[in-house]
Design a protein around this ligand. Sequence first.
Ligand code: SF4
Length: 66
Amino acid sequence: MRVRVDASRCVGHGMCTLAAPDIFQLSDEDGHAYVLSQDVPAVLDEAVRQAERGCPEQAIIVDAAA
Ligand code: SF4
């Protein structure tokens, strides 16, 4: 699974950083989320899915086939 954040949608709620702190962090510079690793370890798949579902802006883009 691969994941990225669409910066044009992200408004910096930070909910993703609570759901999957090992993948998502908030930038000190612009307040938007970014991913620490685009390639998600299998053990974090569900946490990333939870972040995807919980993002109010639908800014988290998951590619499950990658
Ligand atoms: S929950 Fe969505 S909008 Fe909020 S910081 Fe994370 S990616 Fe951005």
